[in-house]
Design a protein around this ligand. Structure first.
Ligand code: FAD
Ligand code: SIN
Length: 539
């Protein structure tokens, strides 16, 4: 018997975006948070550097706005930037009131510095800010009488008119979301979660690339589901590669898992004075940008990529060892301990680093109240394209964006829930005619192949030829997997692969549409910024 559940508010994801919103709407009705692994497993939990906000009297909103616009390379929505920057400090104070414990110095918040910021404005909890934010939020929801958390529950698809047998298209203005079909991994069954309002807070898609700082849950499920539900998706070509993840010689994860996850060496380390050298001992960043190691991420990542290609090296070196050992350990306890675990004493020697896929700047398009183009479907966090980041996200603006829009979503979501009832006519999941999964190798092989294709052809430096190649291979994978999906019973692995292929398709197609180089999107055959191309890419 299929479970059928009803909540006022359904939240997909238990990172900062989902939890912050859940706390807000729980004052008005029942809330289900579904999350595909254990509740803390999220990009949020791994965030290191911190949250950017104007908390110092010598800093100014205008300066944070200017830095964000500058990093965004002409594609930010100026109104959204202003909203996020000016509302940020209030959200930080609320987080502190909730119990988040940040780093203080002489009784004041200690503010770090990161690339692209012209002031010290990064609120942080040493170098494990995300862990502290996630801990504080999970502690707050733990005993909330209106919130129920469903771990190992995987959202398969958003429910819309399509599931009521109607024709839906991206041109239709009145598509509604009625909840989601959710695979309960332990019961091995697909349940129907009906909701008056659904919040998509499912994070990003770093796992689509072979090397990434993201945990393996980051498979872009939210963007893929929203795309299938005919929501508007924007700016997917802007994939941010973090310049400095720990290099591992076997090309696989330092975590020991076959996930490709690379340990991040926070930008705050450069903000604290670390310098980049090539293997000949030359400091190379000043030759690429006046801001040297503190230039925005796209510039530093491309400079490193250029050095690696020019010299045929596997990594460059990030050196903080000129600072006192006690100071390094105080500010970067997690990074210094993790590196020591791999035999690297960062107080004495440089760290071998390489770029890795880190952040999805595009996503499900939302308005100033976090509404998507599908009614009853809100979105917040890395899954979205709000207009804040434009062509490149400024460091530590991501947690901030999630806090601001999850807060803004509460009022309109409550209004919407007051006007709508559950859609009882929604049918249960139909698994008839499907067989038990038999070809796990097809899933794992295709997942590896996709991630390699994306890394090789749709990475830091692109070209029309590489994108065309990537498109052909991805299309083949799409055909194989769609065929398998149509005749096989649901599993999370299969759904993830299907979603990763959809996200890869959206990245490649958006990249092909943009005939210029801007921010994170660098094309060898279109090396310049073109004014006529200064528009979001919409699918
Ligand atoms: P997440 O925190 O990723 O949460 C997504 C949730 O959705 C997870 O619970 C996941 O399990 C769930 N989910 C996904 N798909 C499904 C599905 N199909 N069904 C059910 N559940 C699902 N940003 C900053 O601003 N400052 C930093 O210092 C910083 N450092 C970072 C360091 C690292 C190593 C990484 C990886 C990212 C960092 N970022 C940082 C980026 C930032 O952490 C993320 O963008 C942000 O945490 C995203 O929050 P979110 O709530 O949108 O998504
Ligand atoms: C970092 O600590 O370098 C990550 C910060 C971010 O992604 O904003």
């Amino acid at each position: 018997m299929t479970e059928r559940r009803k909540f006022d508010y359904l939240v997909i994801g238990s990172g900062v975006a989902g939890l912050w919103y859940a706390l807000g709407v729980a004052e008005y009705g029942s809330v289900a948070i579904i999350t595909k692994k254990e509740r803390a497993e999220s990009n949020t939990n791994y965030a290191q550097g911190g949250i950017a906000a104007v908390m110092d009297e010598h800093d100014s909103f205008q300066s944070h706005i200017d830095d964000t616009l500058d990093a965004g390379a002409g594609l930010c929505d100026a109104e959204i930037v202003e909203i996020v920057v000016t509302e940020g400090p209030a959200r930080i104070r609320e987080l502190i009131a909730l119990g988040a414990s940040f780093t203080y110095h002489d009784g004041q918040l200690h503010l770090g510095r990161e690339g692209g910021h012209s002031a010290h404005r990064i609120v942080h909890a040493t170098d494990a800010t995300g862990r502290e934010v996630e801990r504080a939020l999970l502690a707050s929801i733990r005993n909330h009488p209106n919130i129920e958390v469903f771990e190992y529950h995987y959202a398969v698809d958003l429910i819309t008119e399509h599931h009521l047998g109607q024709h839906v298209s991206r041109l239709r203005p009145d598509i509604h979301c009625y909840g989601a079909y959710v695979y309960d991994e332990k019961a091995d069954a697909v349940e129907t979660f009906l909701a008056k309002v659904t919040m998509l807070a499912s994070g990003g898609s770093g796992a689509v690339y072979l090397h990434t700082t993201n945990p393996s849950i980051a498979t872009g499920d939210g963007v893929a589901m929203a795309y299938r539900a005919k929501a508007r998706i924007a700016n997917m070509e802007f994939v941010q590669f973090h310049p400095t993840s720990l290099y591992h010689p076997d090309g696989e994860a330092h975590t020991g898992e076959k996930t490709g996850k690379s340990f991040l060496i926070s930008e705050a380390v450069r903000g604290h004075g670390a310098l980049l050298f090539n293997q000949a001992g030359e400091r190379f960043m000043p030759a690429y940008d006046d801001r040297a190691e503190l230039a925005p991420r796209d510039i530093v990542a491309r400079a490193i990529d250029d050095q690696l290609k020019q010299r045929g090296d596997d990594y460059v070196l990030l050196d903080i060892s000129h600072k006192p050992a006690a100071d390094i350990k105080e500010h970067f306890p997690t990074i210094s301990e993790t590196c020591l675990g791999y035999g690297i004493d960062i107080t004495k020697q440089p760290i071998p680093v390489v770029p890795a896929a880190h952040y999805q700047c595009g996503g499900v398009q939302t308005d100033q109240q976090a509404r998507t183009t599908v009614r009853g479907l809100f979105a917040s966090g890395e899954v979205t394209c709000t207009g804040l980041h434009g062509a490149n996200r400024l460091a530590s603006n991501s947690l901030l964006e999630a806090l601001v829009f999850s807060h803004r979503a509460v009022e309109p979501a409550v209004d919407y829930a007051r006007q709508w009832d559950w859609k009882d006519a929604v049918p249960d999941w139909d698994a008839s005619g499907t067989e038990s999964p038999q070809e796990w190798v097809l899933i794992s092989h295709n997942r590896d192949e996709l991630r390699r294709v994306m890394w090789d052809y749709v990475g830091i430096v692109r070209s029309s030829l590489r994108l065309e190649r990537a498109f052909r291979r991805t299309h083949l994978l799409f055909q194989e997997v769609e065929d398998y999906y149509s005749r096989t019973r649901i599993s999370s692995g299969l759904c993830e692969l299907r979603n990763m292929i959809a996200v890869a398709y959206l990245i490649i197609r958006s990249a092909q549409m943009r005939r210029e180089s801007r921010g994170l999107h660098y094309m060898l055959d279109y090396p310049d910024k073109v004014e006529a191309e200064r528009r979001p890419s919409l699918v």
